[in-house]
Design a protein around this ligand. Structure first.
Ligand code: HEM
Length: 452
């Protein structure tokens, strides 16, 4: 650890009492990008508290890797304990490591390849069910698909639309509440019996009851399933101990929450970008048509969708779903030339980092070709949509594959046309379009002729 001697400077524009609350409430995404320009580490004031924002890619990398043990996950994840206090995204220290080791096999690359069929089967009914000409709310539509994919890999479910909607709504409510609580200056406000808090508790109960039933069913008929829940039921730690039902329940709920909205918003942004880039859309159609002409999507065929992969990568860069990730220092921590006192709330923003003109030329341009292998790649630590180090997203390979599969299946059948109006990004739990409606138009002359 390099011990610095200065407390990071305060960002300009702080008002008495409320600090930077106004720009934070008015437009968080614009604010966090402006804060990036103030220096490698700065502090912002949120009511009576100050929060340290780490902007430099090198220091973010250090914080997440070599200095990771000096930080806990911090305020946002604290509130997500709503999902269960030991679930992977919120566990700390040794319990986290134990869980991570037990869960990792379910997310190994080979395992993910095995999920491609399941992913295809769960997406096809959605893609086939659209009415040409009827506008779609893209975020909801993509969320239904992404959630269906995660649920099928987790517990072999093939949800009918209504139960999927209920679960989706519950996950959404719980997430929104967590974010609101994280941004509250006084944490006791989050426990008041307000309508919002009651709704969040009810949503949590709905979610947990549904998942508990699924686990019971797997225990009763273990041979009938081959999915992530089956793997978790048999996973063992170094001592041979297995996970109890309530531990599996917490993990499943957390995976459902962590894996649905994130992927969904990437897909929504991707189709938004395609809707205004006919050249990129045409290239996608050509690639998808030529690969699917050989047969249904398989893990091997996914690897050949290279333009599709670059579209996904560029969407993860420009529209990084995570705009705010939190940490807290466990002791006084030296980071760069600064000292962060014990208990400091720290945040970093993949969204702001990915739009840094010092790291990406013309950063606001959606340009998948910047990921062509012959082009210079961004420096180490500059592209971190999934984080880095020991807390890096366990579902990154899953998310890449799922996003490519859904993009290809949609593109094999439909074009999504934009509707009039501006599409405005909003930073909540994820960076999502405030409203994005697009009109599906059946493609003519597709090789598939039908969704594959
Ligand atoms: C595009 C989609 C996704 C994005 C952008 C994303 C992003 C992230 C990020 C940034 C983190 C790290 C947070 C931190 O450092 O504090 C994370 C953690 C996590 N993600 Fe994802 N994620 C995505 C999809 C998924 C999927 C599909 C799953 C599972 C099915 C998943 C499960 C998790 C879990 C369990 C963690 C916690 C890991 C740990 O702390 O050990 N995510 N994700």
């Amino acid at each position: 650890m390099t011990t610095g001697s200065y407390v990071p400077p305060l960002a300009p524009g702080k008002l008495p009492l409320i600090g930077h609350a106004v720009p934070l409430i008015r437009n968080r995404l614009a604010f966090i990008q402006r804060v990036r320009t103030y220096g490698p580490i700065v502090r912002i004031a949120v009511g009576p508290k100050t929060v340290t924002v780490v902007n430099s890619p090198d220091l973010i990398h250090k914080m997440l890797t070599s200095q990771a043990d000096e930080f806990t996950k911090g305020v946002l994840f604290e509130k997500l304990k709503l999902f269960g206090k030991d679930a992977l995204p919120v566990a700390e220290g040794k319990p986290h490591l134990r869980r991570r080791r037990m869960m990792q096999p379910a997310f190994h690359r080979q395992q993910i390849e095995g999920y491609v069929n399941t992913m295809r089967e769960s997406v096809e009914p959605y893609v086939a069910g659209w009415d040409g000409g009827t506008p779609l709310d893209m975020k909801t539509e993509m969320q239904l698909m992404a959630q269906s994919v995660v649920m099928s890999a987790l517990f072999s479910s093939t949800p009918r639309r209504e139960p999927a909607h209920t679960l989706l709504h519950s996950v959404d409510t719980v997430f929104r509440t967590a974010l609101k609580r994280a941004l509250l200056p006084v944490s006791a406000l989050g426990r008041l019996p307000t309508r919002g808090n009651r709704r969040a508790r009810a949503a949590g109960t709905t979610l947990r009851t549904a998942v508990a039933d699924i686990i019971a069913e797997h225990r009763a008929h273990p041979d009938a399933y081959d999915d992530i829940v089956s793997l978790l039921l048999t996973a063992q730690d170094d001592t041979g101990a297995t996970l109890a039902d309530d531990e599996i329940l917490s993990e499943v709920v957390a995976l459902l929450a962590a894996g649905s909205e994130t992927t969904a918003v990437v897909l929504a942004w991707l189709f938004h970008e395609l809707g205004r880039n006919p050249r990129l859309e045409r290239l996608l159609h050509e690639e998808v048509d030529s690969v699917l002409a050989e047969g249904p999507l398989t893990a091997e065929r996914v690897t050949r969708l290279v333009h599709t992969r670059r579209l996904v990568g560029e969407t993860l860069r420009l529209h990084s779903p995570a705009w705010l990730v939190t940490r807290q220092t466990v002791s006084d921590v030296g980071l760069g030339e600064f000292t962060l006192p014990a208990g400091s709330d720290v945040i970093w923003s993949p969204y702001a980092l990915h739009r840094d003109p010092g790291l990406y030329p013309d950063p606001l341009l959606f340009d998948p070709d910047r990921w062509l292998p012959e082009r210079p790649q961004p420096p180490k630590g500059a592209f971190i949509p999934f984080g880095s180090g020991k807390r890096m997203c366990i579902g990154d390979a899953f998310a890449w594959t799922e996003t490519i599969v859904i993009t290809a299946l949609v593109a094999s059948r439909w074009r999504l046309r934009p509707t009039p109006g501006t599409v405005r990004p909003v930073g909540e739990i994820t960076t999502h379009p405030a409203s994005l409606r697009m009109v599906p138009e059946l493609r003519q002359h597709t090789v598939a002729g039908k969704a594959r």
